[in-house]
Write a protein that binds this ligand. Structure first.
Ligand code: FAD
Ligand code: PHB
Length: 393
């Protein structure tokens, strides 16, 4: 058995854990990241693609914005379709924009930045267990290559995603959980074909929701709503592209080029918030604390904003010996998180086919979209939430 010490023990080496590690290190706060998976696994994961401008600024300040600035695609609008109807929503009127840049690339940038600064990232750290967060000296236990390790720390940052151990180690009588599980998933395909349109298109259709996104001028990321018990293997490439086309307006469907899937996976949809985000010396951030359905493209953005706030609080603790920001962390972050939950749940409800829905429910969805098309105020509210301007605090 080995024993070591750090100031902040970070569980999880996804975007949240890596960014927290980087921000703390830049401010001279010592930290160690414990990641259950291998480095290759973490670097290969395909997930989000849309980054808010406020989040781009945080990433630049963390020293990981250079490639994002070079290769990210700046978007000034988005399209929403319902059957054959198409609505263009322009962000420019509000001076807003978004950057399309894959989470896979961001993770690569973060791992490279941590390695360049000599950060301690422990991959394949098994059986991570948290002890003593009620006191001042918590300890993290883990196994690596058959050896048991103990890491003493001042704080534990739970950045280990929805299925991690951090949230589960908060006593049940302290933790409140709020959840909505949706009765469908998204089947996502990554393929080397040019984007269907220059901007993203979200399509509400009788056959189910569809989304055409992208990673570059030559690579697309597209999704179709699917059954929860579908198996990605049951979806041949041809079936996927046919279904995607069937859900898009005809003139857009004609633009769809096809190629073999580089990656194909199904993600369930869930809305979830755990409260509070702090228990003693344990602090939760990112998917460990909350999940949004991907419809609003908020998951990664929320995670980065949590971490930015948490890093500032921990840095103030060490530099200024002030715990005011740490004391406020949970309440301040939760206000922002609930706003993103509201938007993501609303957009999900407007765009998807829900089992057993009535013709009245469908007319409500179409009226919501018509409201966006015809009301400048409704569009402005949408842009504020979708681009993140309404989620700053
Ligand atoms: P994660 O990325 O989940 O990272 C957590 C890390 O902790 C992982 O590396 C995991 O291996 C590690 N870990 C877990 N348990 C342990 C443990 N016990 N010990 C040590 N390490 C552990 N968001 C969008 O905005 N748009 C999208 O299209 C989108 N698509 C998504 C698709 C899927 C399948 C999923 C799961 C999420 C998607 N998201 C999307 C959400 C977005 O990817 C997440 O919000 C983001 O990854 C959150 O980052 P995180 O670091 O908090 O969590
Ligand atoms: C993606 O590019 O993967 C993506 C974009 C927008 C979303 C969800 C996913 O709402």
């Amino acid at each position: 058995m080995t024993a070591s010490r750090t100031q902040v023990g970070i569980i999880g080496g996804g975007p949240s854990g890596l960014l927290l590690s980087q921000l703390l290190d830049l401010a001279g706060v010592d930290n160690v990241v414990l990641e259950r998976r291998s480095r290759d696994y973490v670097l290969a994961r395909v997930r989000a693609g849309v980054i808010e401008q406020g989040v781009v600024k945080i990433l630049r300040a963390a020293g990981v914005g250079a490639r994002l600035d070079r290769e990210g695609l700046l978007h000034h609008g988005v399209e929403i379709a319902a059957g054959e109807a198409r609505y263009h929503i322009d962000f420019a009127a509000q001076g807003a924009s978004l950057t399309v840049y894959g989470q896979t690339e961001l993770t690569k940038d973060l791992v490279e930045a941590r390695e360049a600064r000599g950060g301690t990232l422990v991959y394949e750290a098994g059986d991570v267990a948290i002890e003593g967060v009620d006191g001042k000296q918590p300890r993290l236990h883990y196994r690596k290559d058959g050896v048991s390790h103990v890491l003493g720390c001042d704080f534990v940052a739970g950045c280990d995603g929805f299925h991690g151990v951090s949230r589960k180690s908060i006593p049940a009588n302290v933790l409140k959980m709020h959840e909505r599980v949706y009765p469908f998933g998204w089947l996502g395909v990554l393929a080397d074909v040019p984007p269907v349109l220059p901007e993203l298109i979200y399509a509400s259709h009788e056959r189910g929701f569809a989304l055409c996104s992208m990673r570059s001028a030559t690579r697309s990321r597209c999704y179709v709503q699917c059954a929860l018990d579908d198996d990605a293997e049951q979806w041949s490439d041809a079936r996927f592209w046919d279904e995607l086309r069937a859900r898009l307006p005809a003139e857009v469907a004609r633009q769809v080029r096809t190629a073999p899937a580089i990656e194909k996976s199904i993600a369930p949809l869930r809305s979830f918030v755990a409260e509070p985000l702090r228990h003693g010396q344990l602090l939760l951030a990112g998917d460990a604390a909350h999940i949004v359905p991907p419809t609003g493209a908020k998951g990664l953005n929320l995670a980065v904003r949590d971490v930015d706030q948490l890093a500032a609080a921990l840095i103030a603790h060490y530099r200024e010996t002030s715990d005011a920001l740490l004391d406020e962390y949970s309440a301040t972050a939760l206000r922002r998180i609930w706003k993103a939950e509201r938007f993501s749940a609303w957009l999900t409800s407007v765009l998807h086919v829900f089992p057993g829905r009535s013709s009245f429910d469908r007319r409500m969805q179409l009226a919501e979209l018509d409201q966006l098309a015809s009301s400048a105020a409704a569009r402005a509210a949408f842009v504020e939430s979708y681009t993140g301007a309404a989620l700053l605090s």
